[in-house]
Design a protein around this ligand. Structure first.
Ligand code: ADP
Ligand code: MG
Length: 486
């Protein structure tokens, strides 16, 4: 039997506010345990939550960016459950009336086709605290710094059909929330994570199979592996006469497997009811329009513009717009090198991104600024140095040795464009290689490359390659006229 995989994701994006969703405590990451939890976050009696207006703006921006309906009225509800890191005994979330409903997102598939993924809803909620199991022998510590941190939970339709599609969707949302400036996207710190709901069904069957939910995946690699494992596990079960049990599972990256955590709770286990401490959130049409006007250029639109306006390939445009910071770096370099989009794109997505990746750095930590890179590429454009030498200069810039011009001067890397100097050198090289010269003249064209190589070697790569080619052809083959040569 052929099986079809069905996946729906619940993504938790931590909203990048300075203070918590219902209190004035700081959301900064990494503070000493319990130093950023006030009476509201601790759930002390007699305190009242006050909604942080910024989270409403952020959720609205997200809703608009995914073509969703931003609800004029949404309601906070209490989701009741007991857990040590939840001092109130309930989490404030949205249930029946979320702030964002029925949106969509287009993802690119590996075969180059596009696919629309439905977004069921996105709702606001508070995060819980953290249990620390490792710090105290035989005991568990509770850190409530994270309690009350604002989250936007983005729930997809069960529209994905493979682990790769799920990752593509997750990456796309990751890019989007960072463009919008509503989430820092830091997955190691848990600012962006997801629960993956996975089921399988016989291909052609319309009804959905029983799903399991894999909790708290915080890396793209883990999502892909966890889903792959889970799909195999479910198929094995079904093919050997077993049944999939609806449950919550955890992925263990060390063993590369998922394990049962608890049986799935139903919504009615949570005794949801509207939180009497909070008013419904009412959003005016004017407010929505104002947020719409303030939206930045979104990644899909920017990617299109890079293709139509700058003439980049769809592939390059995709690479450069994968992160807002990278696209802005690219645009800053290009602003100083008008008309050189292709050259700048090659450098930013090639040499620069390669180095960043190798050293595990983000673009924000790049030691070569956009204007420094523009300074280097300007010397390629005006033929002061070749593309190859530019890489050497770039490495020196990366190491902090100065600007492109300083390095070119200090290392004597200026390209030799003086025909007279090259002329004599080429004559010498031809004289020193009579056999190769003879064979080349007899038709062994490949040897031209040999001569170019010799000239480059003698000049430490500083000869202008175009000029060398022309001079060699002219001298050895009697063709390839070059202006200024006699
Ligand atoms: P809950 O809130 O109890 O986890 P929801 O019905 O809101 O359940 O669904 C949560 C997520 O699970 C959604 O992303 C949805 O698309 C996905 N989902 C629901 N049923 C299935 C299924 N049979 N297979 C895969 N994903 C599913
Ligand atoms: Mg769920």
């Amino acid at each position: 039997m052929e099986w079809e995989t069905v996946i729906g994701l619940e993504i938790h994006a931590q909203l990048a506010t300075k203070s918590k969703i219902f209190s004035g405590a700081s959301t900064a990451y990494g503070a000493e345990p319990n130093t950023q939890a006030c009476a509201v976050d601790l759930g002390l009696p007699g305190v009242l939550p006050v909604l942080n207006a910024e989270v409403v703006r952020m959720a609205t921006a997200f809703g608009l960016a995914v073509d969703a309906e931003v609800a004029p009225r949404s309601v906070f509800a209490r989701k009741n459950y007991f857990y040590p890191d939840l001092p109130k005994g309930y989490q404030i979330s949205q249930y029946e009336l979320p702030i964002v409903k029925t949106g969509k997102l287009i993802i690119a598939l590996e075969n180059g086709e596009e696919k629309e993924i439905g977004i069921t809803r996105a709702h606001l909620e508070e995060d819980a605290g953290k249990s620390l199991h490792e710090d105290f022998a035989g005991m568990t510590g509770i850190d409530l710094n994270r309690a009350g941190t604002p989250l936007l939970e983005i729930v997809s339709e069960p529209d994905m059909r493979s682990a790769k599609e799920a990752v593509a969707y997750m990456k796309k949302i990751h890019t989007l929330v960072q463009y919008l400036g509503i989430c820092d996207g830091n997955m190691q710190e848990g600012s962006f994570r997801c629960d993956a709901n996975v089921s399988v069904r016989p291909r052609g069957e319309l009804a959905l199979g029983t799903r399991t939910e894999i909790k708290n995946l915080n890396s793209f690699r883990f999502i892909e592996r966890a889903i792959a494992f889970e799909v195999e596990r479910q198929i094995d079960l079904l093919e050997t006469g077993g049944e999939v049990v609806q449950e919550t599972r955890l992925y263990d990256p060390d063993r590369d497997e998922t394990r049962s955590m608890r049986s799935k709770e139903e919504a009615n286990d949570y005794r949801y009811f509207p939180d009497p401490d909070l008013l419904p959130v009412e959003i005016s049409a004017d407010f929505i329009e104002k947020v719409r006007l303030e939206l930045p250029e979104l990644p899909d639109i920017k990617r299109q513009r890079f293709v139509t306006e700058l003439g980049l390939s769809a592939y390059d445009a995709g690479l450069l717009t994968a992160s807002r910071a990278l696209s802005e770096y690219f645009e800053a370099v290009l602003a100083e090198l008008e008309g050189e989009a292709k050259l700048v794109a090659n450098w930013v997505s090639g040499e620069l991104s390669g180095r960043l990746h190798k050293e595990g750095l983000e673009i924000a930590q790049c030691p070569v600024s956009a204007s420094d890179l523009a300074g280097l590429l300007a010397r390629v454009v005006d033929d002061t140095i070749s593309g190859k030498i530019a890489k050497e200069v770039f490495a020196a810039m990366w190491a902090g040795e100065g600007s492109a011009d300083e390095i070119i001067a200090a290392k004597g890397l200026k390209q030799i464009t003086d025909t007279g100097a090259l002329d004599a050198l080429i004559d010498e090289i031809i004289a020193a290689n009579p056999n190769q010269a003879e064979q080349l003249r007899a038709g062994k064209d490949k040897l031209l490359g040999y001569f170019v190589g010799q000239v480059m070697k003698a000049t430490q790569g500083k000869a202008n390659p175009g000029m060398v080619n022309q001079l060699l052809k002219q001298k050895l083959l009697g063709s390839g006229k070059h202006e200024g040569s006699s």
